[in-house]
Design a protein around this ligand. Structure first.
Ligand code: ZN
Length: 48
């Protein structure tokens, strides 16, 4: 999942994001990642 990789890569290099206070870039990456994860989890639930 590219969005999660982008988010994790950013978090690893960004101390505010690592400590849970998303910077502007981190907030955007995290939002995209969270949305995709929600969609992914919803898809998994539908399959079961
Ligand atoms: Zn950040």
């Amino acid at each position: 999942m590219a969005a999660s990789t982008a988010w994790r890569t950013h978090r690893n290099t960004c101390s505010p994001c690592r400590s849970g206070q998303h910077c502007e870039t981190g907030a955007q990456l995290f939002e995209r990642f969270a949305r995709l994860q929600d969609a992914y989890l919803a898809e998994q639930r539908r399959k079961r």
